[in-house]
Design a protein around this ligand. Structure first.
Ligand code: SF4
Length: 281
């Protein structure tokens, strides 16, 4: 049975949490950050889908400010639409839509500026427009790329992939605090898994990947090495066994993790856990 890549990071965070979610079907209380994160994902998805038409519509040398404005306006419209679509979930976590817009817009405007700059520089260097500009543009960027691997027994959706002639670079977008250096272990395992899955799917060597910590505005780099594949395969096996065994893992050793865990209400409620366990035996 293939498992999702996000399960790797949940398992590393706490095996008991994964068990509660996937075997006992405990739903997490929707947290503010989850709702904000999924709105951002919806907008990023639009951004990538709209990119081709936007680029093809550039038929003459643009001023950078004008180009940036075109991007900003298109994206602002989509942020508003995504917020309206999610207003019930926004209410559930006691936020209001103005506040959500204010907290979402800085990320999206940064993306608009980055993409506008990328196109502007490319035009300056290659002097091409419209369809030809789109055809020659490097890197092209796709987001929300669905991917599966029979070898790794994994499936998932990559936030963003930059496509170069010789290689692909996967990028995961994360909200919340970045670690002092490097990547959080769960984020590392996730991006490595995606890099290996891309390599298998497109038969191109993937040597690097990034996790973009949106709140810190920092892209953290990771070099992919061949030993990582074995680590992922072993982890997937452990998880598959955990899901099949039907025995509840212990509480995690680092109880600090429990403070921010969305499953803690059920996790510490022994009676509820006993009832749920009796249902699967
Ligand atoms: S509350 Fe703690 S022990 Fe329970 S699932 Fe969450 S992290 Fe694990």
């Amino acid at each position: 049975m293939k498992i999702s890549v996000s399960m790797l990071s949940t398992y590393l965070y706490c095996p008991r949490k994964l068990f509660l979610q996937k075997v006992l079907q405990v739903e997490e209380i929707p947290k503010e950050s989850l709702v904000l994160g999924s709105i951002r994902h919806e907008v990023y998805d639009f951004i990538n889908k709209a990119e081709e038409n936007l680029v093809k519509s550039i038929t003459e040398k643009p001023e950078y400010e004008k180009l940036r404005e075109i991007y900003r306006q298109a994206y602002a419209r989509k942020v508003r639409e995504a917020i309206i679509r999610n207003r019930a979930r926004i209410r559930e976590v006691n936020l209001d839509i103005v506040n959500v817009f204010k907290r979402t817009w800085p990320y999206i405007t940064a993306e608009a500026e980055e993409r506008a700059q990328n196109i502007f520089n490319f035009i300056k260097e290659h002097n091409v427009y419209g369809d030809e500009l789109w055809g020659k543009l490097i890197p092209k960027i796709i987001s929300e790329l669905s991917i599966e691997s029979d070898t790794l027994q994994l499936k998932g959706i990559i936030d963003k992939v930059e496509i170069y002639k010789e290689s692909y670079i996967p990028i995961e977008l994360k909200t919340g605090k970045a670690p002092k250096e490097g990547l959080w272990p769960g984020h590392k395992i996730q991006i490595v898994a995606y890099a290996l899955m891309l390599e298998e799917k497109y038969q191109k060597p993937i040597k690097e990947a990034f996790v973009h910590y949106l709140d810190n505005k920092e892209k953290r780099h990771i070099t992919i090495n061949p030993f990582m594949k074995e680590e992922i395969i072993n982890l997937v096996k452990e998880i598959q066994e955990l899901l099949e065994k039907k025995s509840l893992p212990n509480y995690c050793e680092n109880r600090n993790k429990c403070v921010n865990c969305g499953a803690k209400e059920t996790c510490y409620n022994e009676q509820e856990v006993d009832i749920l366990m009796s249902e699967i035996h």
